[in-house]
Design a protein around this ligand. Structure first.
Ligand code: HDE
Length: 722
């Protein structure tokens, strides 16, 4: 088979040790003859072999058989969860070495850059489902370290629905499309999900996160990431510290509006995938800082929750996040299937210096991730797939199996051995051999949960109370939507009983919407009771949070001083004012934003003496693809746009979604036409994201409004359904 190796330099993309390793497996057909899979040059790939002009096809046609057989076998099972995803390569660079906490080489070597591969995903939907589902996002990072692969397989929310891996299949069966009719796709808004959740009060905290705008991110590049479980860091002396891992995006944490998410799902279900791909392609490399919250072993029981309980976070006010390094995604995959689809993450892929805790959810995951690859990737040699290979050599006595690639030489495949001088040899801990943390355990074997896991509501309350007014309102709206889609009244009723435990006012608003009375506290909240158990012993402990609120839980305080990579639509038609366009364009591009010109039709328009190329038409595009809209001055252009219902809809929708809108000069006439009617009490001039006037006068305020992401105040009056 013709094999041409592209170095990263040749490919003109940033490279690293992993990319060089991958390039050995690349092949490029440019200038090459077509062959069969077995290297025989093909003369005719268009016609099958047949008996005469109009006769039957011959079994002998090995070229046809090979082509069709390979095609028939192209698909592998999609991931049972997180099936829909997008990946990218990058590097991790340390800011600060932490030998007192961990001996992991990649967290100590200041000079080195560790190659990474990241896959972002939704959880519930199938491989072809929309990116904008209301859902948790996976945030899985594979570090190719000099001591082997470390996978940080996290989510964009710091807690989880359940406390024990035993319940994971139930949770996923409940949220996936219902088994009789396979509906709804990529949505939790249906009976089985809320039936399960309403019986499982331990999910209350995560439900608040999942109903918040975190579940509808603006971009993968604008999400936080969390390792969720408490892990351990182990130093060279063998001392352990508890740690929670965080990823903090340098662009801040931002979301879209729910109405917007639903429109995007129809107009461009690949929205997040495309956004990630284009950002990297344009050289706007996404960046996150790696943060750690460290708790000494001696403080294990200092908190009012159990560190092993994955439905709890450690408030940043109690243990600050130290930012120790930065990850930059700087290269798109060359082949989606080979890399993004075949990458196999495993929460159990750790390196010396990182270890597990007894979090029962984490413990179950340690089993699941290898098991799932065996079916998904077809056998035990999935570690040999190029994207999964470590960048360090692999030697052991594992042998054979489906699709084995490695040719192990010699007679010896066991240890101890003398036929091979006892190689491969075991490695002393001092020389980098992994040894598990020697945790003291003195316990009875029991099938039960610790009482320290029974406070299900205090952090749900803390989360809800820490939200800005707009965020809290969006949680209420999300619950109304989701429970409104539930058909069985008793499930809604049971769910209201759970919501009252978090916030009575919130529960009341949802009940009002559902047209139901708030129920009294029911006799039973937790239905997760063993056959011999007394339901009373399983009731949640009612506790108040120990801190009033936590700023870090709200997106409102996140980075709001940059418009880097934001997409701004310029709505134009023939006769648009060239000065108005160029002033605004220059200023926005200087601040790092991307401009696209949208006109009634494709091709070009005239702006003064200039010809402007149009990127999208009103038909191919929509306001939901942009962060802000600018309409330049120019009587003729404005007149044309005034007569275009799509242009007016474009503006109205952007307004509904609380986006920054700047209407230069006479373009303000479009306001009334597109039904942008600020309420009496918040007139246009008071809406900081709705600007009119001269182009040069509005530039600064427009940039500030885009950086602020959305003017959620606009929906306060509830006169716009976003
Ligand atoms: Fe996963 N999870 N999970 N999960 N998970 C998978 O592994 C599982 C959990 C997460 O982009 C599967 O390779 C169990 C928490 C991500 O390829 C599977 C439990 C968190 C990804 C699996 C959990 C995650 C997965 C499916 C409860 C956040 C996508 C395909 C005990 C910390 C990785 C696969 C990628 C994928 C099992 C809970 C994150 C079946 C049993 C909590 C980001 O092994």
């Amino acid at each position: 088979m013709a094999k041409k190796t592209l170095t990263p330099e040749q490919a003109k993309l940033p490279g690293n040790e992993k990319i060089s390793q991958l390039s050995l497996h690349q092949t490029d057909a440019e200038g090459q003859p077509m062959t069969t899979d077995h290297g025989v040059k093909i003369n005719d790939d268009q016609n099958s072999l047949r008996s005469g002009d109009r006769g039957a096809t011959l079994l002998e046609d090995f070229i046809l058989r090979e082509k069709i057989t390979h095609f028939d076998h192209e698909r592998i099972p999609e991931r049972i969860v997180h099936a829909r995803g997008a990946g990218a390569h990058g590097v991790f660079k340390l800011y600060q070495s932490i030998p007192e906490l961990t001996k992991a080489n990649f967290l100590n070597e200041m000079e080195s850059e560790t190659p990474v591969f990241v896959r972002f995903s939704t959880v519930a939907g199938s491989k072809g489902s929309t990116d904008l589902a209301r859902d948790v996002r996976g945030f899985a990072v594979k570090f190719y370290t000099q001591e082997g692969n470390f996978d940080l397989v996290g989510n964009n929310m710091p807690v989880f629905f359940i406390q024990d891996a035993m319940k994971f299949p139930d949770l996923i069966h409940a949220v996936k499309p219902e088994p009789d009719n396979e509906m709804p796709q990529a949505a939790s808004a249906h009976d089985t999900f809320w039936d399960f959740i309403s019986m499982m009060p331990e999910s209350a905290h995560m439900v608040m996160w999942a109903m918040s705008d975190r579940a509808i991110p603006r971009s993968y590049r604008m999400m936080e990431g969390f390792g969720v479980h408490t892990f351990r860091l182990i130093n060279a002396k063998g001392e352990s510290h508890f740690v929670k891992f965080h990823w903090k995006p340098l662009l801040g944490v931002h979301s879209v509006a729910w109405d917007e998410a639903q429109v995007i799902s129809g107009k461009d279900p690949d929205f997040h995938r495309r956004d990630l791909w284009e950002a990297i392609q344009n050289g706007s490399f996404p960046e996150w800082e790696l943060g750690i919250q460290v708790v000494p072993e001696s403080d294990e029981h200092k908190f009012d929750f159990d560190l092993l309980d994955p439905t709890k976070l450690i408030p940043e006010e109690l243990v600050p996040v130290q930012r120790i390094g930065k990850m930059t995604l700087n290269r798109n995959p060359d082949n989606f299937f080979a890399e993004t689809e075949q990458v196999a993450f495993h929460v159990g892929h750790v390196v010396p210096g990182i270890d597990f805790t007894n979090d029962p959810l984490l413990q179950g995951r340690l089993f699941s991730y290898t098991d799932t690859q065996l079916i998904r990737l077809g056998g035990p040699n999935f570690h040999e797939i190029p994207i999964n290979r470590p960048i360090v050599p692999v030697h052991n006595n594992q042998r054979d199996g489906h699709m084995r690639q490695t040719i192990n030489v010699g007679k010896t495949s066991y240890g101890p051995n003398s036929t091979g001088q006892n190689f491969p040899h075991q490695v002393k801990v001092a020389d980098g051999g992994f040894s598990s943390h020697t945790e003291r355990i003195d316990a009875k074997k029991i099938r039960a949960r610790s009482k320290s896991f029974f406070d299900h509501f205090s952090q749900a309350k803390l989360f809800f109370r820490s939200q800005s007014a707009a965020e809290a309102q969006h949680i209420v709206d999300a619950l109304c939507f989701e429970l409104g889609k539930v058909k069985t009244p008793v499930i809604r009723q049971r769910m209201l009983s759970v919501l009252i435990q978090i916030d009575k006012n919130m529960a009341q608003q949802v009940a009002d919407y559902l047209g139901m009375e708030l129920p009294a506290k029911p006799a039973q909240l937790n239905f997760s009771v063993p056959a011999d158990g007394n339901p009373k012993d399983f009731e949640p402990i009612d506790k108040e949070p120990i801190i009033k609120n936590s700023l870090a839980l709200s997106m409102s305080g996140t980075t709001k001083d940059t418009i880097k990579t934001r997409k701004i639509a310029f709505l134009v038609a023939d006769g648009a004012d060239a000065d108005s366009i160029s002033q605004m364009k220059k200023a926005l591009e200087k601040a790092g934003a991307t401009i696209e010109f949208i006109a009634p039709k494709l091709g070009s328009i005239t702006a003064g003496k200039e010809k402007l190329n149009i990127d999208e038409s009103l038909l191919t595009s929509a306001s939901v693809f942009y962060d802000a809209i600018f309409v330049p001055d120019g009587d003729k252009s404005i007149k044309t746009l005034s007569a275009q219902p799509e242009a007016l809809h474009f503006l109205n929708q952007a307004y509904k979604h609380c986006k920054a809108i700047a209407l230069a000069g006479n373009a303000k006439e479009l306001m009334a036409l597109s039904n942008i009617k600020p309420q009496e009490k918040d007139k246009a001039k008071q809406d900081s994201a709705l600007l009119t006037g001269n182009t040069s006068d509005m530039i600064k305020n427009f940039i500030n409004a885009i950086a602020a992401h959305r003017n959620w105040d606009r929906e306060k009056a509830r006169n716009v359904p976003a």
